[in-house]
Design a protein around this ligand. Structure first.
Ligand code: SAM
Length: 310
């Protein structure tokens, strides 16, 4: 089984200097990372229990609540009572960087506009210490109920759940939130595995174009729901510039009061957003957005921290 040829060719154009060294990363599973959930259990006790259960824990240097175990221990981890009762949550490391970049604080009003299954909502509730207001939005019925169950299991008490299309939220709730997380639906390229055909089954260049349209509408809605002075984190797990830099570039054209804030992530495997794709050159400010490069510990990701001027 191989990655789609058109994807490999595009990946080579996105990372001309690194594609050959990055492509083998799609061939092997990574260690399984997870987050301790302080809303549900004492961190130290959770760690002691995991050790007693026989897990080989590796800490993550840049985040005290994050750990990983070898891939072979994944099934055992999902069978642990700690997983079942929400004391730990399995989440990729790059995905944890999004809430850390947005920095939601206790007492703030926060919106997660594309929230299921809830990894980032759970982490934001933990960063907010369950104080404030967290609106979570998901239109898919099955995914909505999974989100609701995950947040309940994770001890989140500040969540307000809405089964609705994120594109409608800005008009319904203008200027309501201090912080907005838009972890947008995308072509999921960063999750591709050459040994698992399910991961690439729905990928096509047409899908990228469809996603880019949806992402732009969601971004406009997310932005509208922000208070002046508020910040918005736009994220995707795609490498496609159409879903990343081009969306931010188009939004900069449309939204005069939007700023792109610099992002200082605590990891070395990053690159600034691309300055061009094909014949299209992007606004200079797009260079403040960040591409997380895939490595042996984490998947690729794209992050843009945006602010509505006050
Ligand atoms: N933030 C989630 C987490 O960390 O667990 C993952 C979100 S996933 C990348 C994107 C989500 O957006 C999917 O659950 C998908 O169903 C949802 N979605 C798709 N179309 C949407 C829309 N129009 N409005 C809001 N969410 C949408």
């Amino acid at each position: 089984m191989a990655l789609p040829q058109a994807f490999v060719e595009r990946f080579g154009r996105v990372y001309p200097d690194m594609a050959q060294s990055l492509l083998p990363l799609f061939d092997a599973p990574r260690p399984v990372s997870f987050r301790l959930n302080p809303l549900k259990a004492d961190r130290q006790k959770t760690l002691e229990t995991l050790k007693q259960e026989g897990f080989d824990l590796s800490p993550v240097a840049w985040y005290a609540d994050a750990f990983s175990v070898p891939y072979e221990q994944r099934d055992a981890l999902t069978r642990s009572p700690l997983f079942e009762n929400g004391a730990i949550y399995i989440q990729s490391l790059s995905s944890m960087l999004a809430p850390l970049a947005l920095e939601p604080k206790p007492g703030e009003t926060v919106l997660d506009l594309a929230a299921a299954p809830g990894g980032k909502s759970l982490m934001m509730a933990a960063l907010m210490q369950n104080e404030g207001w967290l609106s979570v939005v998901e239109p898919g019925k099955e995914r909505f109920f999974r989100l609701k169950a995950n947040l309940a299991r994770g001890g989140v008490t500040i969540a307000h759940h809405y089964m609705t299309d994120g594109r409608s939220v800005g008009a319904k709730c203008p200027a309501m939130f201090d912080k907005v997380m838009l972890d947008a639906p995308c072509s999921t390229e960063a999750k591709f595995k050459s040994f698992d055909p399910k991961t690439t089954a729905y990928w096509s260049e047409r899908k990228i174009k469809e996603m880019a349209k949806l992402q732009f509408r969601l971004l406009l809605s997310a932005y509208k729901s922000l208070k002046p002075g508020g910040t918005l984190l736009y994220a995707t797990c795609s490498f496609a510039p159409e879903e990343n830099e081009a969306v931010i570039d188009k939004a900069l054209d449309r939204l005069e009061d939007m700023e792109v804030l610099p992002l200082n992530l605590p990891i070395p495997n990053t690159r600034p957003g691309l300055s061009a794709w094909g014949k299209k050159g992007f606004d200079k400010r797009v260079g403040h957005t960040v591409r997380i490069l895939p490595d042996e510990t984490m998947e690729g990701f794209y992050l843009a921290l945006l602010r509505k001027k006050s």
